[in-house]
Design a protein around this ligand. Structure first.
Ligand SMILES: Nc1ncnc2c1ncn2[C@@H]1O[C@H](COP(=O)(O)OP(=O)(O)OP(=O)(O)O)[C@@H](O)[C@H]1O
Length: 312
């Protein structure tokens, strides 16, 4: 890999990919630079895995271009992979091998010299807080420890870019936080990290997000900037539980409502700006207050009724 910071580590431009009749990617673009933490956000089936697979050279695209460090996969050949650490959604470690043995196995795939490997192993075990579990079979680790070991294996060869497909799926909140602390450390060291996530709170923690729906990018930018640009008001409603389903149905049918979601004891709704007064009038008898928009509001406003737009 070159050290030219102006060249993205990974870049997809107008990528299309169909599986039979299904258009998984319909002109998606994304770039990842050094020291960036980019979140690829979208619902199930939005095309996140397909875009990631295209970026890491596992599937050939039908149209558009994919570049790793400024070169196509054809140009780099397998050497392009050395630049990347990749953790797919179903990451397979060897369940009967211990933590140490799994690391040893993956190090051998990358042809690491013994001394180099031993140094990196200790550092990674320390970062992932797995030292005390090093002799435990991978199959006996908790979900979070397993994921951290998988990340450690993906980092053994010191990639400049790390690509993670839904890394915190099925991970408890404490391990999730530990994983995030690790990711921030990598990014602070100059690594580019691309992570696919269906979780809005995780998306909001990324430096930049790319919102994907039906294989297309709906919006891209810094989460706080995107939220600030949401042109539609958000309200919270106090609705007694026996009234909830009726109020939800009537809101969902209203053309002025972009999304309705339960929020603890309340309901939360994003209103189309031009119909906001109309919606409020229709809620006579319900206690309504203005709410501060968050990333989930933005996402739902864009994805639920994408024709409405919302963030520029
Ligand atoms: N190998 C494949 N063969 C057929 N269809 C596929 C294949 N891979 C993906 N698809 C389809 O392409 C679309 C996008 O799938 P993809 O896995 O990229 O989405 P995703 O956003 O990663 O979803 P998830 O979070 O559920 O993994 C889906 O409709 C999916 O069924």
């Amino acid at each position: 890999m070159t050290d030219d910071a102006s060249i993205p580590l990974l870049e997809a431009q107008n990528v299309t990919k169909a599986f039979g009749e299904v258009k998984a990617l319909a002109g998606a673009s994304l770039r990842l630079g050094p020291g960036e933490l980019v979140g690829l956000v979208g619902a199930d089936g939005a095309g996140k895995t397909s875009l990631i697979r295209a970026l890491v050279g596992l599937i050939e695209v039908d149209g558009g271009t994919v570049r790793v460090d400024g070169r196509s996969w054809k140009e780099t050949g397998p050497s392009g992979r050395e630049a990347l650490g990749y953790m797919p959604q179903q990451y397979s470690l060897y369940p009967d091998l211990s933590v140490d043995e799994n690391l040893t196995f993956f190090a051998s795939l990358f042809g690491l010299k013994r001394k180099v490997f031993e140094e990196r192993r200790e550092k990674l075990l320390g970062m992932a807080q797995l030292q005390s579990a090093r002799d435990r079979p991978a199959g006996a680790l908790s979900g979070g420890m397993y994921k951290k070991l998988a990340v450690a294996c993906a980092l053994l060869h010191r990639p400049r870019a790390l690509v993670l497909d839904e890394p915190t799926n099925g991970v408890d909140p404490v391990s999730r936080r530990e994983l995030w602390v690790l990711l921030y450390e990598f990014v602070a060291d100059g690594m580019g990290v691309l992570l696919a996530t269906p979780y809005m709170d995780e998306a909001a923690r990324c430096g930049r997000v790319v919102l994907l729906a039906q294989g297309k990018v709906l919006a891209e930018g810094e989460p706080a900037t995107l939220v600030a640009a949401l042109a539609h008001p958000v309200i919270e409603l106090d609705v007694p539980s026996h009234e909830r389903s009726r109020v939800v149905s009537s809101l969902e049918e209203h053309r002025g409502v972009l999304s309705v979601t339960p929020a603890g004891q309340h309901l939360r709704a994003v209103l189309r700006r031009e119909h906001a007064d109309d919606v409020r009038r229709s809620l006579r008898g319900v206690r309504v207050r203005d709410a501060r928009p968050d990333f989930e509001d933005l996402y739902l406003a864009l994805v639920d009724r994408p024709q409405a737009g919302g963030a520029s």
